[in-house]
Design a protein around this ligand. Structure first.
Ligand SMILES: Cc1cc2nc3c(=O)[nH]c(=O)nc-3n(C[C@H](O)[C@H](O)[C@H](O)COP(=O)(O)OP(=O)(O)OC[C@H]3O[C@@H](n4cnc5c(N)ncnc54)[C@H](O)[C@@H]3O)c2cc1C
Length: 416
């Protein structure tokens, strides 16, 4: 069972994860520097892309869609787009806040499957690789692209044995001299690993570009209940009336908690802070872990903390200071560089840190994807493909096997 978390109603209904302020905010003065307490992503959008995130506010354009997708984060929008593209009938997407107002709007936007070889099992890494491949195809197919930026990933190894053997040919090992050429100004010599052809996106831009191709989007509308009859969801109650879908996909970050929906998966949220600095003339090659990723205008995107036991929705100055201190300690060349944007958001997580991509147990016409934790932006296109193929064929695609919710069937809910 999900615990009470920031952004959820405190009245016990716990119906939807709300906005965490990652989208809106004006600059405020902090120690003489203007700092915006929201993600940088919105400020990089065109007016049209920004408008897309608030599309269809408060109005349900069709109440009997063939497919209803609940949740306008990257998983929901990508899934709605995949269902629409696959010709599965009319598709309606509803979102409680604005598109991207959950974890998606605050993510770093890195699409780096290969380093997961060091931390995750092979099916996960394969899924991630397939998803990066699909990101590339989306970038070609979606009008104007989805804003995919190819980059190299460099991982610094403080000690020579820092990276366990990685057999993939994707990795090039770099001596301290090579690293010093690529990343000038390091505090001390370090070896490292180079992986080419990874990528990143502005997650809100990708969301806006994908959403622009959707025929029916309603923001500011939360699903609050479900009516189940004969093993099917026959209606979904929302804050603006009932919807009677042919099939429904829940992509609500955490598993959905709707009155009448028989679903109770263990999940929690893990807060993380990020910041984007002022522009700097220093040039980093792509993303240098754990230092920073360089953005288009020279800013450094830094952080991605894991703030255990912090459920407050606010940015914590002490965490921001610790991110900057770590940056200055590793890269003294940028000492004094200030944060221009600082924000936090919550990663939806199942106990094993891996996603669920499944049909809702016991229901014929309902699917869910949840708990994408650290890699939901990366995994969105393949998740969308798995679900749309499953709806189309009524058979689980092979890739879905490892991500079944059945793996939690014998676990008691953590209550957290
Ligand atoms: C600091 C940080 C850095 C990260 N960096 C990366 C990264 O570099 N790469 C990467 O791949 N991932 C990254 N992530 C993880 C990524 O942000 C998430 O895994 C991903 O955004 C999850 O997407 P989602 O669509 O499943 O959930 P969300 O983005 O949370 O979307 C769910 C949406 O559903 C809506 N909703 C919920 N309930 C209801 C309801 N009842 N009715 C209607 N709408 C509802 C919410 O308002 C929300 O907008 C990072 C996360 C954090 C916190």
């Amino acid at each position: 069972m999900n615990s009470a978390v920031p952004g959820r109603p405190a009245d016990g209904t716990r119906r939807f994860t709300g906005t965490l302020g990652v989208l809106d905010g004006d600059p405020v003065a902090e120690n003489g520097v203007m700092v915006t307490e929201t993600a940088i992503w919105r400020d990089q959008l065109t007016a049209q892309e920004r408008a897309e995130l608030g599309r269809g506010a408060g109005v349900i354009p069709l109440d009997r869609p063939d497919i209803l997708v609940v949740g306008g984060g990257i998983a929901g929008v990508a899934t709605a787009a995949a269902c629409h593209e696959a010709g599965l009938g009319s598709v309606l997407l509803i979102e409680a806040g604005r598109l991207g107002s959950g974890a998606t709007g605050g993510a770093a936007g890195l699409l780096t499957p290969e380093p997961h070889e060091w931390s995750d099992p092979e099916p996960f890494v394969e899924l991630a690789r397939a998803s990066l491949d699909r990101w590339g195809r989306l970038d070609e197919r979606v009008p104007g692209g989805v804003g995919l930026v190819e980059l190299d990933w460099i991982g610094l190894a403080p000690d020579p044995g820092g990276f366990a053997p990685h057999l993939q040919p994707a990795v090039e090992w770099l001596e301290p001299g090579d690293i010093a050429n690529l990343v000038p100004g390091l505090a001390r010599p370090m070896a490292g690993a180079l992986i080419r052809h990874q990528a990143r996106v502005n997650p809100l831009r990708s969301l806006a570009r994908l959403a622009a191709g959707l025929p029916a989007v309603a923001t500011g509308i939360a699903a609050i209940s479900a009516t189940v009859r004969g093993g099917k969801v026959v209606s979904v109650g929302t804050t603006s009336g009932d919807i009677h879908p042919g099939a429904v996909v829940f992509a609500t970050g955490l598993p959905p908690l709707l009155d009448g929906l028989p679903l109770d998966l263990p999940a929690t949220q893990v807060k993380g802070h990020l910041l984007a600095t002022e522009p700097t003339p220093l040039r980093l090659p792509g993303t240098v872990a754990p230092i920073a990723t360089q953005l288009e205008d020279g800013r450094l995107l830094v952080g991605g903390t894991f703030d255990a036991d912090d459920e407050t929705p606010k940015v914590r100055p002490d965490v921001i200071e610790s991110i900057l201190a770590a940056l200055y300690a590793t890269l003294p060349a940028v000492r004094g560089l200030k944060a221009a944007y600082q924000w936090c958001c919550f990663r939806p997580r199942h106990p094993d840190g891996r996603p669920v991509i499944d049909r809702v147990p016991g229901l014929d016409n309902a699917w869910l994807t949840s708990g994408h934790y650290r890699t939901g932006i990366l995994m969105a296109p393949i998740t969308a493909q798995v679900i749309s193929h499953w709806i189309a064929s009524d058979q689980p695609p092979a890739e879905a096997t490892a991500w079944s919710s059945a793996r939690f069937a014998d676990r008691r809910p953590t209550g957290h």
